[in-house]
Ligand binder design. Structure first.
Ligand SMILES: [Zn+2]
Length: 196
């Protein structure tokens, strides 16, 4: 049996998980971009970094004198799933806000000719019923399953992130549309909290 536990932070003598300051010193994570894993949309993080102008993407790994990977210069982090939907991002948003203290932006991007515009929620549910003999009808809000209208899906996802307890109230949330043919990004809305 192989035991990998020597590679855990909590097993390192210098690491104290009860006095954990965050990984901000190692990686200056500032923003998370949520987008579709369609390979035709793979350039979205680069486009978002260019749009904001103050992001590092892709970054470079930082090595210590022994050659260990101990950090990165990257500030923009990528989170991709089917459709680039907020519902699939919440666990990562919560986890990253535990590990890092300086997250500022959550950015949702839906793209043109996304596969999620090719069906309606009931068709997905019926296929599972008929082909896989499984009931997924109550697993998600049906508005999270398909893109029926880009304006509505992008607003829905920005509102979902804002209303989720997984999103700290200080975070700025942005919704974009991306044209996969021209590479053009269009900012549809932003939800910027008033500074306390
Ligand atoms: Zn897509």
């Amino acid at each position: 049996m192989t035991n990998f536990s020597e590679h855990e932070f909590r097993k390192q003598p210098w690491f104290d998980q009860n006095n954990f300051p965050g990984f901000d010193q190692a990686i200056p994570m500032k923003s998370i971009v949520i987008y579709c894993f369609d390979p035709r949309a793979a350039n979205i993080p680069n486009a978002i970094a260019a749009y904001f102008g103050d992001e590092v993407y892709p970054g470079e790994n930082i090595l210590d004198e022994a050659g260990n990977n101990v950090g990165s210069t990257q500030t923009l982090f990528t989170l991709s799933n089917a459709g680039g939907r907020a519902i699939g991002a919440l666990q990562s948003v919560a986890t990253m806000n535990h590990l890092f203290n300086n997250l500022e932006r959550l950015i949702v991007v839906h793209h043109s000719f996304c596969g999620a515009t090719s069906f309606e929620p009931n068709q997905l549910i019926e296929k599972f019923h008929d082909h896989y003999h499984a009931d997924i009808s109550n697993m998600w809000n049906h508005d999270d399953l398909a893109i029926l209208d880009y304006d509505k899906s992008i607003r829905h996802d920005v509102e979902l992130l804002r209303s989720s307890p997984a999103t700290p109230k200080k975070m700025k949330i942005y919704g974009f549309f991306y044209d996969i043919n021209s590479g053009k990004l269009t900012e549809l809305l932003s939800d910027i909290p008033v500074a306390a």
